[in-house]
Ligand binder design. Structure first.
Ligand SMILES: [Zn+2]
Length: 128
């Protein structure tokens, strides 16, 4: 992590360029190509920036959760009986309430044919 308190996430040069392009695109979406009108208040600018930040946070959360879920393939041990259970093809989807709003979470899910129950291997030990 960078020691820059204003920008605590360390970005590569490529990521910095893309970030600046995204910021420019967001600004245009919020206030047009010429920027805020003369009578725009800083509070209005701040509110827009804050909403963009929350939107980016939700998108990053969702992307990282999908990548994290990819670790849970194959089989997992049932937390009740220890039976090896295959991970279903289709993950369970639910909205997770975060401090930045709802984030769709796509969780790998297993079904134990012995216990007749579903469980989420991401919260239990996964069999190799
Ligand atoms: Zn079981």
């Amino acid at each position: 992590m960078s020691k820059d308190a204003r920008n605590p996430v360390e970005l590569t040069a490529e990521a910095k360029n893309k970030f600046e392009e995204c910021v420019a695109a967001f600004a245009v979406c919020g206030f047009g190509a010429d920027g805020p009108l003369k009578d725009t208040t800083f509070a209005e600018i701040e509110e827009f920036g804050h909403e963009v930040g929350r939107m980016v946070a939700r998108a990053v959360d969702e992307r990282l959760a999908i990548q994290h879920a990819s670790h849970f393939r194959g089989a997992a041990s049932c937390p009740t009986c220890g039976n090896d259970c295959p991970v279903k093809e289709t993950p369970a989807t639910r909205d997770l309430q975060t401090c930045d709003g709802n984030v769709p979470l796509h969780e790998p899910v297993c079904h134990c044919s012995v216990c007749h129950r579903d469980f989420f291997p991401s919260t239990h030990h996964v069999a190799d």
